[in-house]
Write a protein that binds this ligand. Structure first.
Ligand SMILES: [Zn+2]
Ligand SMILES: [Zn+2]
Length: 89
């Protein structure tokens, strides 16, 4: 049976289901599934709103964490050197 809509569900293989459906949400199987997009980094289908798969979302957060940590260390290091200059005077 063919419908007027095409299921846009993205399989893990990267293929789109493309079955005909009477519902814009997708075919009978995928109607209740979240819409998935290929990951920006690796192309793996993901339902995440950020457009990245769990693996690369984690990578993003880890990178952010270390960036913030480095900023903190830099601030602290500057304070230390300021104090050093002060105590020497
Ligand atoms: Zn489908
Ligand atoms: Zn990915």
């Amino acid at each position: 049976m063919r419908g007027k809509y095409t299921c846009k569900y993205l399989h893990n293989s990267g293929e789109i289901c493309s079955k005909g459906s009477m519902h814009p949400e997708g075919c009978r199987l995928h109607r209740n599934c979240k819409e998935r997009k290929p990951c920006e980094e690796c192309g793996k289908p993901t339902a995440s709103v950020s457009g990245k798969c769990p693996l690369h979302i984690r990578g993003y957060y880890v990178a952010e964490y270390y960036r913030k940590l480095r900023e903190k260390v830099n601030e602290y290091g500057e304070q230390l050197s300021d104090n050093d200059g002060f105590s020497r005077q």
